[in-house]
Design a protein around this ligand. Structure first.
Ligand code: ADP
Ligand code: ASP
Ligand code: MG
Length: 438
């Protein structure tokens, strides 16, 4: 049995948290490869080390003095080192080098990655095991995606030489020879890559909640944990904002069927959530999870006889492609079509998109609206249960919430509804209460 264990920022924010992590690793000798994040928040108003580093990078690129900022970051690590009583271990030299590099040649990804790099060094010293710099084993291609072939070859070889090791999360080596990071929260992706490269039996992802919960605990008080969830359900939920696991983290393990177990560093005895390829375990509820995001825009296009015009949809989508905007959803009627996009991608380009739609598709009218929130109600059980949509709409109607859009995924795994931003939290709570009954 071989396990890869990834610990998130809050699990490694202080010496006290590090000690819990140490106990977890020592409690099971199959926990052989450890992927740490950078120190996260110790309390609500605290700042994550990654954010502190990104701020220092910005200051350095503006030519400002970063000594004080670097001192504050170093203090975060020194507090951990002292608390763990790591004798003969210091990051003084690393900080000198990093500060020098940031001043001479500020690079954003390099700056952000140092949070995990330094925490990885502490973790390796604390556990007394090897440290593998991710820049030597994880590679990106020219497009900025993972270079699968090179990564799995090098990382696989390297891991086969180490019985136990620490591999810092979040970064690797870019095609141009500079450090490159995944998007925020990307240590989850590293953990998944290490699990696949080492042919692990389980990928344990340790965080600050007892598994994937049916809804965001910041919206619904004390939501139930999900015991089993499939990769596909999870992908829908994490894409729609259930941030507990990075949306790309399932791909590496998915292709070889390694299950992910989400666990709580502060309550290690809790079972957590199993993310699996497939399961015949009976579900407690028809709905597995609810997630959502605010701030979408809708572009409502109408044209008489749109249904009969071959190529109309393609012309509309071309207007978005020309402006380099990806679309989220596209519900359509006989003479109407709605495109849903992220507000932050669309806002600056709205007039350019509208004129392109007119030029390419010659519609009767184009209307745009902002302030839409999308909510995904996801469940593998929805396919065989009748009345799910009815229940959902009744729940929202009872709260006086106006549904602006409905889109049922073609897999019958999810129903996406659009509501106004202001109704977002109330809608999620109402849906939760309707489906999660005991
Ligand atoms: P880590 O630092 O361990 O990677 P994250 O902050 O990235 O942890 O993810 C865990 C957080 O995700 C939780 O503390 C919780 O606030 C948030 N979260 C959002 N949606 C959910 C959900 N459905 N289930 C559990 N946690 C959720
Ligand atoms: N430290 C990085 C972040 O804050 C990566 C991670 O935590 O997974 O985004
Ligand atoms: Mg995370």
């Amino acid at each position: 049995m071989k396990k890869v264990v990834k610990f998130g920022g809050s699990s490694l924010a202080s010496a006290e948290q590090f000690k819990k992590v140490g106990n977890i690793i020592h409690a099971d000798e199959s926990r052989v490869y450890v992927v740490p994040s950078a120190p996260g928040k110790r309390f609500d108003e605290d700042t994550k080390v990654t954010d502190m580093l990104l701020h220092a990078y910005e200051s350095a690129s503006e030519g400002k003095d970063i000594k004080e900022e670097m001192k504050a970051i170093k203090a975060r690590y020194d507090e951990i080192i002292t608390g763990l009583e790591l004798k003969d271990f210091s990051l003084d030299q690393d900080f000198e080098e990093i500060t020098k590099l940031l001043i001479e040649n500020p690079q954003k990804d390099f700056a952000a990655s140092r949070g995990e790099f330094l925490n990885g060094k502490i973790m390796a010293a604390y556990l007394g095991i090897d440290f593998i710099d991710s820049a030597e084993v994880i590679y990106f291609n020219e497009e900025g995606n993972l270079n699968d072939y090179k990564t799995y070859k090098r990382l696989g070889e390297r891991l086969s030489q180490c019985e136990r090791a620490v591999i810092p999360g979040f970064y690797g080596m870019g095609k141009d020879g500079n450090i490159k990071t995944f998007s925020r929260g990307g240590s989850d992706v590293t953990g998944s890559i290490v699990a696949r490269a080492s042919k692990a039996d389980v990928y344990e992802n340790w965080t600050d909640v007892s598994g994937f919960l049916v809804a965001d605990p910041r919206i619904v008080p004390d939501p139930k944990p999900i015991k089993y969830i499939t990769y596909r359900e999870l992908r829908e939920l994490s894409y729609m904002g259930a941030s507990v696991l990075h949306e790309d983290a399932i791909f590496p393990v998915r292709s070889c069927g390694i299950p992910i177990n989400i666990k709580n560093t502060n309550a290690p005895e809790d079972a957590g959530t199993w993310i699996v390829e497939s399961t015949c375990k009976k579900q407690d509820y028809v709905v597995t999870g609810i997630a959502g995001k605010k701030d979408f825009c809708t572009i409502f296009i109408s044209k008489a006889m749109m249904n009969a015009e071959i190529g109309f949809g393609r012309k509309v989508l071309q207007a978005f492609e020309e402006n380099n905007i990806s679309f989220e959803h596209m519900p359509s009627g006989i003479d109407t079509m709605t495109i849903v996009v992220h507000a932050d991608e669309f806002m600056d380009k709205e007039q350019s998109v509208v004129s392109a739609i007119h030029r390419l598709a010659e519609p009767d009218s184009v209307e745009i609206e902002s302030g839409l929130a999308l909510i995904a109600v996801v469940g593998r059980g929805m396919k065989s249960a009748s009345g799910t949509a009815g229940k959902l709409f009744t729940a929202l109607a009872n709260k006086g919430i106006n549904i602006k859009m409905i889109d049922q995924g073609s897999s019958e795994l999810n129903i996406i509804i659009g509501v106004e931003n202001k109704d977002f939290e109330t809608a999620i709570e109402a849906i939760y209460k309707t489906f999660i009954t005991k």
